[in-house]
Design a protein around this ligand. Structure first.
Ligand SMILES: CC(C)(COP(=O)(O)OP(=O)(O)OC[C@H]1O[C@@H](n2cnc3c(N)ncnc32)[C@H](O)[C@@H]1OP(=O)(O)O)[C@@H](O)C(=O)NCCC(=O)NCCS
Length: 185
């Protein structure tokens, strides 16, 4: 288990399928999270199990826990490129009561520290649609820089929106977030 200031990250367990089912079928969560194909609303528990709970060595998927060790969301990396030492991150705080309270930034920091300092990744990236200002702000707080836009690449409730591509290099990150040993509980 990895520990941050407000969050813990732990691996997925088969018992997490029902809560994943709840988060991925919440239209409000999906509105912000996805706006991308494939859509993940209206997934059965079997669909969820096949899509997210099948082992895949190019993808790491974790559960975000709050201070009371209750699940509040999911986070991870995909599209690992070993020679370039890069990966693409994703995050969903599925419990809406926890939005805009610093939990997403804290969980990202925990994962980024893990990937930069323990796995020696060189570059991490992520993308979002241009209306997701909360995500943009959270990623900027961690040092992600906007690297480009895919014009009208997302279709959100009847309108095309740009996808924003953001990246973070290890050298930039370490200047502001030096490594520190894990705190004891
Ligand atoms: C995006 C997400 C991971 C961010 O995590 P979070 O815990 O909500 O974010 P934080 O509280 O750490 O930071 C959000 C910042 O955006 C600000 N913010 C919130 N709404 C905003 C808005 N409409 N415009 C501008 N800034 C906004 C918050 O005030 C906060 O900034 P502050 O710390 O300076 O006050 C989380 O909200 C989430 O999972 N949302 C739903 C799914 C989603 O969008 N996933 C990401 C897909 S790319």
């Amino acid at each position: 288990m990895l520990q941050g200031k407000k969050t813990f990250l732990r691996p997925l367990e088969p018992d997490d399928i029902p809560i994943y089912h709840k988060w991925y079928n919440d239209q409000n969560v999906n509105y912000w999270a996805n706006a991308a194909w494939p859509l993940s609303t209206m997934l059965s528990e079997e669909d969820i199990e096949e899509r997210f709970f099948t082992p895949n060595k190019d993808c790491g998927r974790y559960i975000i826990l709050n201070e009371e060790q209750e699940p509040i969301g999911t986070i991870g990396y995909r599209e690992v490129n070993i020679p370039a030492r890069s990966a693409v991150l994703f995050i969903i705080i599925g419990e809406r009561d926890y939005w805009s309270r610093g939990y997403g930034t804290d969980a990202l920091k925990v994962l980024i520290n893990y990937l930069f300092y323990q796995w020696n990744f060189h570059r991490l990236s992520l993308d979002l649609w241009d209306g997701n200002l909360r995500a943009l702000k959270a990623y900027e707080k961690l040092g992600f820089k906007v690297e480009g836009r895919l014009r009208e690449a997302r279709f959100v409730l009847g309108e095309y929106h740009d996808a924003i591509l953001m990246g973070l290099l290890r050298d930039e990150y370490v200047q502001h977030h030096p490594p520190h040993p894990p705190e004891t509980v």
